[in-house]
Design a protein around this ligand. Sequence first.
Ligand code: NDP
Length: 480
Amino acid sequence: MNIKPFLIGGEWVQGTGTPFDSVNPANGELNGRIGGASAADVDHAVRNAQRAQRDPRWRNMLPHERARLLNRVADLIVERGSELASIQMRENGKLRSECLAQAGAAAGAFRYFAGVIETMVSEIAPSRGPHVANVVYEPFGVVAAITPWNSPLTLEAQKVAAAVAAGNAVVLKPSEITPGPALELGRIFLDAGVPAGILNVVTGLGGETGLALVQHPEVRMISFTGGTATGRAIGRIAAERLVPVALELGGKSPHIVFADADLDAAAEGVVSGIFTSSGQSCIAGSRLFIERSIYDDFLARVVERTKALKVGPPDADGSQVAPLSSFVHRERVEAYVQSARDDGGTIVAGGKRPDDAALPAGAFYEPTIITGLTNEAKACREEIFGPVLCVLPFDGEADLVEQANGTSFGLGCGIWTESYKKAWRVARAIEAGTVWVNTYKELTVAVPFGGFKDSGIGREKGYYGIRVYQEPKTILWGMK
Ligand code: NDP
């Protein structure tokens, strides 16, 4: 079988590492066999990236010229959006409609950071002596970007767009589940006329390709999105190497509904907040806190809507819940639901694979709601990363804040209430990087995104998101 090559210095190479299979989780079919990058291939990629980044044609390129290239990348992403969406859908099983939206957001990230470099200025600090103090921002050099499988189109675009806008070269290592979007982004960079070596894509296994990349002495900054355990391991290596690291990690986000909320709007928000992407989202609202006085009423609304969701293939009309990203991942989700049963939880929706004989042999799992657990149960503490919602009652704000913050994570939070004062108090008290009030999971490249506590270090996106990929440098001009 043909092995799909990856991209180093503008050349497509087979690699000498461990090749692996890409499988469509919607039907179990093989997408193809992908080349694996060995430590030697990673070294080759990093050296190429370094050479390209140091080339005066890149180093001295004026910001508006770099912006023009990024806009050209965005144009090609839009042009090839349908194809990019199909590639991602075949690899992670996400609904085609979501994949198309993510291709649009990927183009948006390139346009946004093109705009940032065209408009962002350096600083002159207040003078404390006979000098002028300039602060300018330099690229690190070679940035390693490592990404997960749930939303590669957007996650890869937001890292690469910001890092390249900042003047770096990037070596991108996508998840072994979803190598395709990154490889296509590499092709788009070449077609857009970005110099070879500014974006290199090395496919391969985390413990082989990813590890070699973060350990490489010429990688000067690491940008990682993925699970907390992997993030912690990478953080240790970065600390030893004294290179900066941005870590976007997991979550166990509280979704809070007060008795005075618009309950229908809240029920819609809660259901889509957990079950879009089959719950495979770092910001999934996976712990639902309902004020006790409306507990039964609100839970019934959520259960009714959940049972009406249509589980189906990602490209079928009317599908609302697509398969999980892999068969192994479904087994992991099933083990969590079993642990909830063992801890005394009651399954009030789902809790099994669908019976529908018409569904193809994919990694489908029914949207699941569990009640009767405490916040300390394993299913409430650990990130399941699947279509599983744990429901807990609360009595008043103090109890709510204590329970909602009673987690090692701190990525997102949703609050539904008609009282803006209460929303403000709770939003300020919650330990999370993003809080949504009377909406959920709305995302924009224009604001910083990241986590408190075990959900990560650093922020991506937003106007100053480019600074993650730059080092400040002071230049003092004597004026005596
Ligand atoms: P993993 O942490 O397992 O993997 C993420 C990436 O790291 C993959 O490319 C993986 O490669 C690679 N990797 C694995 N081991 C190593 C290693 N030792 N050294 C270097 N790289 C390594 O996460 P998943 O792919 O399973 O993604 C799901 C996780 O991502 C969830 O926890 C989710 O919350 C989080 N996430 C966070 C987001 C955020 O912005 N905060 C957004 C989206 C997801 P390979 O695939 O080959 O193992």
